[in-house]
Design a protein around this ligand. Sequence first.
Ligand code: FES
Length: 176
Amino acid sequence: MYSNTVMDHFLHPRNKGKLENADAVGKVGNPVCGDVMYIYIKVNGDVITDIGWETMGCAAAIATSSMLSELAKGKTLDEAMKICRDDIADALEGLPPIKMHCSNLAAEGLHKAIENYRNRDAILQKLRHVVGERDAQALFRAGITSLEELKNASIESIAHAVSDEGMERIKKQLQK
Ligand code: FES
């Protein structure tokens, strides 16, 4: 079912794991299968100097995250925005049609991370009104970038990211 390259990236994933000092995060989920992916990027000037990912998903989602990280590392933000699902699938020597959406998830996660990086100041300003400076940064690093996403995020993921004080402020905000 899977090519040798898919199996290699699944069994030996590259750049796997959270980047603690990431400049931005892209969080995406697939409503059909319920899989979730986080793409972390470190940017210097206009170049993605480091990248990490966490994927709770199928073998194809793990292989595509791994291949995406190799394709994006060292690229400028504009170049990385052009990476699409077919580029990832081609680099993996093909994916079964039923698994193509998994490569789409990886491309979307990267694009979201870049958009969040580019809109960082505006996003942080909005989050600050809800939870204050310190927790705004923490939410941003957890891939939560709007009030809407905050409302849809699981309590566990929010509580994991913010302080108790921030959690109280969020609860009050969500009750409004
Ligand atoms: S089946 Fe959900 S990402 Fe692959």
